[in-house]
Design a protein around this ligand. Structure first.
Ligand code: IMP
Length: 193
């Protein structure tokens, strides 16, 4: 089976991507690859951050690897938090504080459309490729659901009554930004090249 490093320390993302890839590709974690520090994410775009994370791992291991970066783009907020989604409320990855800030910023707003955008950056044999996944939806007026992570309790995908946090993991993966980007990654990795 093909082995590849997934450059994340987020256990939720690892679970999601493992479930999407099934037994087609074996994922090595950063810890297993000997990288224990946080990888810097200081680029001005989602694609830039995904590529920077993948390059960081490639330069230190020389192994095939991929990284993802995600932004939540809210139309009524001019596309914010966007590339700053992880550090929207504080300097750390405080999911609850980020949701509280988003609800506050959206108070009284009727137009609530938004999208999650993920870019997966792959480095395979030194060659870089990027895959994008997008899901449209809207921001709810309160938190709903216990599943998922991050902004999931506040994001209702288009055509659904439930938020991502209320959907079963396989339902979220089938339509999510990350699910769509990782499906493209898998098709590329498994194709004859
Ligand atoms: P990251 O930089 O790709 O880890 O993600 C940026 C921010 O978006 C973090 O605060 C995550 O919690 C959030 N995020 C990433 N993916 C998801 C998701 O699938 N659902 C909800 N929030 C997410």
């Amino acid at each position: 089976m093909k082995r590849i490093i997934f450059a994340t320390n987020n256990a939720h993302k690892l679970d999601e991507v493992r479930a999407i890839l099934g037994n087609t590709i074996e994922l090595t974690t950063l810890k297993e690859a000997g990288i224990t520090e946080d990888i810097p994410e200081n680029e001005p775009t989602i694609e830039g951050n995904a590529l920077a994370k993948a390059r960081y791992v490639w330069e230190r291991t020389g192994c095939d690897c991929f990284a993802d970066d995600t932004g939540l783009e809210v139309d009524a907020l001019g596309g914010a938090p966007g590339v700053h989604s992880a550090r929207y409320a504080t300097d750390g990855h405080d999911f609850a504080a980020n949701r509280t800030k988003l609800l506050r910023e959206m108070e009284g707003k009727e137009h609530r459309t938004a999208r999650f955008r993920t870019v997966v950056a792959l480095i395979e044999g030194g060659k870089e490729s990027c895959f994008e996944g997008v899901v449209e939806g809207e921001i709810t007026t309160s938190e709903m659901g216990e599943g998922g992570f991050g902004y999931d309790p506040l994001f209702r995908p288009e055509g659904y009554e439930q938020t991502f946090a209320e959907l079963a993991p396989e339902e979220k993966n089938a339509i999510s930004h990350r699910g769509r980007a990782v499906a493209k990654l898998a098709a590329y990795l498994l194709a004859d090249k």
